[in-house]
Design a protein around this ligand. Structure first.
Ligand SMILES: Cc1cc2nc3c(=O)[nH]c(=O)nc-3n(C[C@H](O)[C@H](O)[C@H](O)COP(=O)(O)OP(=O)(O)OC[C@H]3O[C@@H](n4cnc5c(N)ncnc54)[C@H](O)[C@@H]3O)c2cc1C
Length: 390
């Protein structure tokens, strides 16, 4: 079967790219190992995705505003604490800007809304329950085979098949990986003290805790711990779990009750050595897999599809081939510039603020004091979240 574009992976990044390129006369195929029923009705996976204003504009531009509306929770402000230090950082929207700092939307709701839009697009076909097994690419075409025996070909293949991308490996593209040796436990909890839509990031000693305000008196509780501690916490019964979380949070949320399943995510950050090759590009987590602490993973995924779609459309407008190398090289350069500084600084923050040794504790205190005295720095972070253009 021949396509113009084959996307490997129907995750949020792959579906977004397909939507960005629909209605342009392209025949787009998405190869996905899950079934179409699972893609249409993704299960809750614990992730509450903090989205910037720019990301929300992209999703609304895809026509997802109404589908996402019931699941959006506003992120009014953010507050960062270190251990028991009295120094903390507050991030507020600048006084001249209307609206919240950002938005929180459950990952499964984003996936469901994206899929609804894709399934209504006549030029996009989902090839579900197909597992990529071979990639054979040359100047003439990109050929894809699946373990189910399919032989497909396209002018361009874009891999959006997660941070441990099979496609990336099949193409011989390496990646820098940083294993933080920690697992992130996420779940929803109901509590008696209202959150007032404030997000908390608390770099405590021995644990990092984030509280993300969902609609109602519900927060997403995110705790980063060594794997064995995480396994113990996940195995507790609901009542013992709630009591332990109340204690770990120093009772700041009042009485708490588990309101969802618990999920554990091992923390490994990944940055591909290259984002492009002949008739091939990486997008989403397959290109840049972020540590979630600065909440940029899918925001970067949306930026990757946005830049790639712009470059591909420019190539098509100039009557160039869809797999033209020059367009892919420009994508690689722009996406690297958009992501590398934040990738490195996020890894630094995640490493420093999970290191409880004395020199690191001192550096952590200093970092917060300096940040507190630099309103310009805080405004920069806030405006990044509020930015309307990448
Ligand atoms: C706990 C947690 C919290 C997060 N919070 C935030 C946040 O606040 N803000 C934010 O922006 N981001 C956040 N993220 C990151 C965000 O979830 C990811 O960046 C995003 O889901 C990545 O999307 P993707 O489409 O690139 O990859 P994925 O969602 O991993 O999708 C990849 C798809 O490819 C398919 N696939 C894989 N291999 C193959 C194969 N060989 N053949 C066929 N199909 C294949 C998979 O089945 C899957 O459907 C968070 C992540 C975690 C873990």
């Amino acid at each position: 079967m021949t396509h113009d574009l084959l996307i490997i992976g129907a995750g949020p990044a792959g579906l977004s790219l397909a939507l960005a390129l629909r209605n342009r006369g392209l025949n787009i195929g998405i190869v996905e190992r899950q079934s179409s029923a699972d893609i249409a009705n993704p299960a809750f996976d614990g992730r509450e995705i903090a989205l910037t204003h720019h990301s929300m504009e992209i999703l609304k531009g895809f026509g997802l505003g109404d589908a996402l509306a019931p699941d959006i929770s506003l992120l009014a402000r953010a507050h960062v604490e270190d251990g028991s230090s009295p120094y903390c950082l507050d991030f507020d929207p600048p006084p001249d800007r209307q609206g919240p700092l950002g938005f929180l939307v459950p990952n499964h709701a984003i996936r469901r809304a994206l899929w609804q839009a894709v399934s209504n697009s006549a030029d996009i076909t989902l090839l579900d329950e197909k597992n990529l097994s071979h990639l054979d690419i040359d100047n003439a075409a990109a050929r894809v085979r699946t373990t189910q025996g399919d032989a497909l070909s396209a002018r361009l293949v874009v891999a959006a098949d997660n941070r441990f991308s099979d496609s990336r490996r099949l193409m011989g593209i390496g990646a820098s990986m940083h294993d933080f040796g920690r697992t992130m436990m996420v779940c929803r909890m109901e509590h008696t003290v209202p959150h007032q839509h404030l997000a908390l990031e608390w770099f405590d000693y021995g644990q990092t805790v984030a509280l993300l305000p969902c609609n109602g008196n519900i927060s997403s509780v995110v705790i980063t711990l060594p794997a064995h501690e995480n396994a113990r916490l996940m195995a507790l019964d609901e009542v013992a779990f709630a009591r332990e979380i109340e204690r770990r949070l120093k009772h700041r949320c009042g009485d708490m009750r588990l309101a969802s399943e618990r999920f554990g995510y091992p923390l490994v950050a990944v940055y591909a050595h290259r984002f492009a090759d002949t008739r091939f590009a990486l997008a989403g987590d397959a290109a840049v897999g972020m540590h979630p602490v600065t909440a940029h993973g899918f925001n970067f995924g949306l930026i990757s599809q946005e830049i790639l779609a712009q470059e591909l459309q420019a190539a098509l407008a100039g009557r160039a081939d869809l797999g033209e190398r020059a367009a892919l090289t420009r994508y690689e350069r722009r996406h690297r510039m958009a992501t590398m500084p934040l990738f490195l600084s996020t890894n630094l923050i995640a490493t420093l603020f999970t290191d409880d040794r004395d020199p690191a504790r001192l550096a952590r205190k200093l970092a917060l004091r300096v940040g507190k005295r630099l309103p310009f720095f805080r405004q920069q972070v806030a405006s990044r979240l509020l930015a309307h253009h990448a």
